[in-house]
Design a protein around this ligand. Structure first.
Ligand code: NAG
Ligand code: NAG
Ligand code: NAG
Ligand code: NAG
Length: 370
């Protein structure tokens, strides 16, 4: 009895929020920027990388060749793991910018001369393949989150030299620190057949996350827009090795546990540090809602990669000779692992203005207004 009540209540909640998300989609052109943050700093993995890995000599995780970028202006591959814009670009647009801030490596050296010559609107440190753990994908050459934070520390020091300490602190306090990471650590855990129990592994990841957030706080960050991990088990590449192309329950369970642990961690951190503010986006729930109700979101295919080879178009990665789907707007997945621009747009709109079921305790629009 009690259980049934709970189930119908929660499915009511989801239906209700689905309606809300649909309303938001209809309102999309009206979502203006309520309060443009002075700068955006982006950290994380391929979900938000805008070209970092193209600068990394020897990196094996890159997207600087066709068909990547086919829907970007001039069909230019930019290193984004997308047919067009990615989540960082689309969020930045909602926040009043034209696109994501540019990669740290693209600023050139010395950094000081760049900062003296150009208007500053933030930097992206995100590196595809990276994780919370230093060793995640290190053999493929990526910038792990701890190194991304060291790069931010360098930048913060130079900004302080150029603009003074007070102005830099004031700017950082109002800036948005957007972090999207964790998927590669979980993929790595499953691929390694680790004997560490999953709850223990997730608590190791949370200790890392806590260290990284506190390091950023100590460097002046106050507003954190954090994106949890999507249903990793539903990526075309993972579906390939499941019966009937289903989602992998093991990976999806990990993704959900990761979200719950992260929610608890952030809640704990803010009870300890009161002037740290955050929004946490539940990428699992957002994406599984689309997978289970694609028609509401005008998506027709939620299991096949748009660009690739073979079964589910996911047996080999996207490149210039890969098969390309005819209507990219109809697909959830662009390649073996990454969303299309259309799917990233749904997520960005929900992070920016969505209800607490998907982004809590407040959404990104509310966070930047604080
Ligand atoms: C993990 O187990 C699978 C299947 O049992 C095997 O194919 C794979 O090589 C193993 N991976 C490692 C890193 O040992
Ligand atoms: C695959 O998914 C279908 C439909 O959701 C479900 O009925 C079936 O039990 C799943 N099969 C396996 C092996 O999990
Ligand atoms: C949150 O804090 C409580 C009480 O100090 C502790 O028991 C719990 O393990 C913490 N959870 C996380 C995820 O840090
Ligand atoms: C694209 O990938 C396929 C499959 O791995 C490979 O056979 C082909 O040579 C690649 N094409 C290019 C242009 O790199």
């Amino acid at each position: 009895m009690e259980n049934r009540y709970l189930i119908s209540l929660s499915s009511f909640g989801i239906t209700f929020s689905l309606l809300l998300v649909m309303v938001l989609l209809a309102l999309e052109p009206m979502l203006g920027s309520a309060a443009k943050p002075p700068a955006i700093f982006v950290l994380g993995d391929s979900t938000v990388d805008v070209g970092t890995n193209s600068y990394l000599q020897g990196s094996q995780i890159r997207a600087d060749f066709p068909h990547y970028g086919i829907d970007f202006p001039h069909s230019r591959p930019t290193g984004r793991f997308s047919n067009g814009l990615n989540g960082a670009d689309l969020l930045a647009r909602l926040l009043g910018y034209n696109s994501s801030p540019r990669p740290f490596f693209s600023l050139g050296t010395p950094l000081e001369s760049y900062l003296r010559k150009h208007a500053f609107r933030g930097v992206s440190f995100a590196s595809a393949g990276s994780g919370l753990l230093y060793l995640t994908n290190s053999e493929l050459i990526v910038v792990p989150l701890s190194e991304q934070i060291k790069q931010f520390a360098t930048l913060q020091g130079i900004l302080t030299d150029v603009r003074g300490s007070e102005a830099t602190q004031a700017m950082l306090q109002k800036s948005l620190f957007c972090i999207s990471i964790g998927s590669n650590d979980l993929f790595g855990y499953v691929a390694s057949n680790s004997t560490i129990p999953s709850q223990e592994f997730i608590s190791i990841l949370m200790q890392e996350y806590e260290t990284h957030i506190k390091a950023l706080y100590n460097l002046g960050a106050r507003k954190f827009g954090i994106i949890s991990v999507p249903p990793l088990g539903c990526c075309p590449k993972i579906r390939l090795s499941e019966e009937k192309g289903n989602c992998s329950k093991a990976l999806n369970d990990l993704a959900q546990d990761f979200y719950l642990a992260l929610d608890a961690l952030l809640y704990n951190i803010t009870s300890e540090i009161q002037d740290l503010k955050y929004s946490l986006g539940n990428a699992y729930l957002m994406t599984i809602t689309v997978i289970n109700n694609p028609q509401y979101f005008h998506i027709k295919n939620v299991d096949t990669a748009c660009c690739g080879f073979g079964k589910l178009n996911a047996e080999h990665g996207c490149n210039a000779t890969a098969n390309l789907c005819s209507n990219r707007r109809d697909y959830l997945f662009w390649d073996q692992y990454h969303p299309t621009q259309a799917a990233a747009n749904l997520a960005a709109n929900t992070l920016y203005a969505g209800p607490p079921l998907y982004v809590s305790p407040i959404n990104f629009a509310q966070l930047v207004q604080l």
